[in-house]
Design a protein around this ligand. Sequence first.
Ligand SMILES: [Zn+2]
Length: 262
Amino acid sequence: MDCSVCTSMPAQLRPPRNTICGACYEGARSLISFINKLEAAQGIDKANLCKNLMNVSTWVVDMKESSEELDEKIKFVSGFVVAFRDQIHTDIQLRSGENRPSIPAHRALLAIRSEIFSNMLDSDGCKAPPSDDTITLPELNHEELECFLELLYSGDLAEERMSKHVYSLSLAADKYGVSFLQKLCERHMLKSLSSSNALDVLEVADTCSFLLLKENALNYIVKNMNEIVFSAKYDTFALKNPHLSVQITRASLMDARRNCVG
Ligand SMILES: [Zn+2]
């Protein structure tokens, strides 16, 4: 069929050019309903929802413009990361659990990003402010601390470093109450769930109360029981996390029961 939308030679089609192929029809319908779902979630008035592809085109152009504006805004507000990298006007030192040189940072940024840091730095708070201008994060090694700070300053970290340190960063985000970082780590672990990391992910998700991630990790382990539970890693895991081993056993029995009934 000569589709009036996706044909390579539209000039050859005779008016009224009103034929449309299945793919274009389905694509147009799902695009319109997807946009309207987004708009409805934002409380947009029904009268202003997308009705045709012309509306869709306007919507896409608007989105492109607002995404460019957002990019500019991000560039503007992320100037702080330059102050961190070039150590401009730093006024606090952060030390890891390793015996390595401390890293200069900014009190104001730490206080904005984390209420825990804010309390530590607040001289009116119940805790005395750090006397020698140094805060120690004993649970992180030096490289992890560098990543943690880069995330606090820029909200971003290279994929490779994120994969390497995601567990310790999750625990730090949990301890210092940085909810943006918690979400970032949770999403990263959800995306990279595999047989080799499912037990680690379950442990971290349980400690940090990432409920969705914990449920996903548990289901993943149940579905890949043979590969995971008979691995040497499981011995160490079970000794360290008896309560999670019980949950794995129960979840797998429930799954087996469901499969019997089904
Ligand atoms: Zn088509």
